[in-house]
Design a binder for this molecule. Structure first.
Ligand code: BDR
Ligand code: CA
Length: 312
């Protein structure tokens, strides 16, 4: 099995991503790290511990608290995932004592132990990953693959007209990460908006009948209600589970190579992920500074691939 750290801001679809990850045989989950995002880090840390307990992994997989605030902006968040971050669920806390170490420090430690082997999947703002890179830029060279849910390469945003939530929540962190040389795949709205979640899908998960499936179904029911309340849609999107899918198997998306630059100024472009595919990087119209950035390559999921719900 391949070593993996899940960095997350649970979060209803983050919880579904954890469930999906645990169901996949190829991963060994080494640590579950919490970052502020959907709700502040005190709550995402609490939720991560409670989810680890509910999914029966809290004695084997340590949960670490992460960054207490974004790099340069005030924490955002909102009501979408409910006041606690996990909708109406009332999960008991884990009985395992809290870890004293912090998420970026554990990411660094594990990147040494599993040098060139470690996959990191991030389903929240990229603050913990950026913090690890600030402490030790060589982290970028020791990680085998970072897959993050965030951004919108060729499509509109979901929190402003150009910005996706996870990037908008900490644009400086995101820009630092994509400029660091870490081998990454960005799984943004270009693909997650093609991964719908309907009431029928939730019923199918529920019908699996295990405690874990029932919990995930209950969380996803709240998630669907949030979509209805906040956007008027009768379906949601499986943003965070798709990042696990793409980390496992690239056929879950069509991926292109190029460079991503994140809008970090305070204007209209804040949080935008501008994607310059390799062929466009040849044009004579790029400024010198942008051309320098095109040397730092990444992978960007630009179109949907295989479905998370195989036809039955
Ligand atoms: C992202 O924002 C969060 O609300 C979800 O958990 C997901 O990570 C989608 O834009
Ligand atoms: Ca998330």
């Amino acid at each position: 099995r391949r070593p993996l750290v899940l960095d997350s801001d649970p979060g209803l679809d983050d919880a579904a991503a954890l469930h999906y990850l645990l169901a996949r045989p190829e991963w060994e989950l080494l640590a579950y790290t919490a970052v502020g995002g959907n709700v502040p880090v005190d709550l995402t840390f609490r939720n991560a511990r409670a989810l680890a307990a509910a999914f029966g992994i809290d004695h084997d997989v340590p949960v670490y608290r992460g960054a207490g605030r974004p790099i340069s902006r005030v924490p955002i968040g909102g009501d979408f995932h409910g006041a606690s971050g996990l909708g109406s669920a009332e999960l008991p806390d884990s009985a395992v004592p809290e870890q004293q170490s912090l998420a970026p420090l554990e990411l660094l430690r594990l990147s040494h132990v599993y040098e060139n082997e470690l996959t990191v999947v991030a389903t929240g703002p990229l603050t913990n990953i950026a913090a690890a890179l600030i402490l030790d830029p060589e982290f970028a060279r020791r990680v085998a693959h970072l897959v993050f849910m965030g951004g919108a390469a060729l499509v509109p945003g979901n929190i402003t007209s150009v910005a996706e939530f996870n990037i908008w929540a900490d644009p400086d962190a995101a820009d630092l990460v994509v400029a660091s040389g870490i081998p990454y795949t960005m799984v943004g709205l270009d693909v997650t908006h093609h991964a719908p979640l309907t009431a029928d899908d939730v019923a199918k998960i529920d019908a699996a009948g295990t405690d874990h499936a029932r919990l995930t179904a209950a969380l996803l029911r709240d998630y669907l209600n949030a979509y209805l309340t906040f956007t008027g849609r009768d379906h949601g999107f499986l943003h965070d589970p798709l990042a696990i899918g793409v980390a496992s198997d690239e056929s879950f998306a069509e991926v292109r190579t190029g460079c991503v630059v994140v809008g970090t100024d305070l204007g209209l472009h804040r949080g935008q992920t501008v994607f310059i595919p390799d062929d466009a990087a040849q044009t004579p119209f790029l400024t010198e500074a942008t051309r320098a950035r095109t040397a730092v390559k990444g992978n960007v999921a630009v179109a949907p691939g295989r479905s998370l719900f195989p036809a039955d």
